[in-house]
Design a protein around this ligand. Sequence first.
Ligand code: 5GP
Ligand code: ZN
Length: 221
Amino acid sequence: IWRGALGEYTTHPERFPPNVVIRYTEHTVLIRDTFPKATVHLLLLPRSEEHSLRHPTAALSEDPEFLEIVKREADEAVRLAAAELERKVGSFSAANKARYEAMARGDPPDSWPRGRDWTKDVRVGTHAHPSMAHLHVHIISRDMHSEKMKHRKHYNSFNTPFFVPLGEYPLAEDDVRRDTGFQNGNLMAELRCWRCGREFGNRFAELKRHLEEEFEAWRAE
Ligand code: 5GP
Ligand code: ZN
């Protein structure tokens, strides 16, 4: 994988099919991650040349106006990701079933149960040390259920402080998450289930089997 491969999406979003470039504005491009680490995994790329090749910590911590734009467009991306999540796994959800059943019975609409809010299962943030050069924000569903999720670093990069939620920017000057040593430690840390907290040490294959069960339970909520 070439470090610069995300650049063309920001300069020429119109060259890509709609399933790859989901939407673009003057400020950002929303794309599908080619190697999704969860059921829904999108990337929001700011287009500004001035910001795009800077480190996310610098770009998102030092320019409040830019951060505001990225946060606003990320909110919209979360809504799209949640809708996609609902299309993919929504029919398994107990909360959604209760709503559909009330509709089917012909109950008055104001008595329908709310159904599940899938935006709560979508996380937004950057990696402390990205592998790709162009600034990108991950919009990723909580589940970590994907065949492309293949090793410890993949998992830990989304489930330790290596993943920096967009809402926590700007980072303070002395925020420990800026520290390379601390972040390398996070990537190599012992594996831990995001849902129940069970520890898996370095047993990735065992964690994968467990995530399979957690996926079933999670989507049935
Ligand atoms: P990082 O670790 O840099 O925060 O994440 C980079 C992301 O870009 C990864 O999730 C990876 O799967 C994704 N990726 C790598 N190359 C490409 C590409 O050419 N196109 C798209 N859409 N995603 C890519
Ligand atoms: Zn678990």
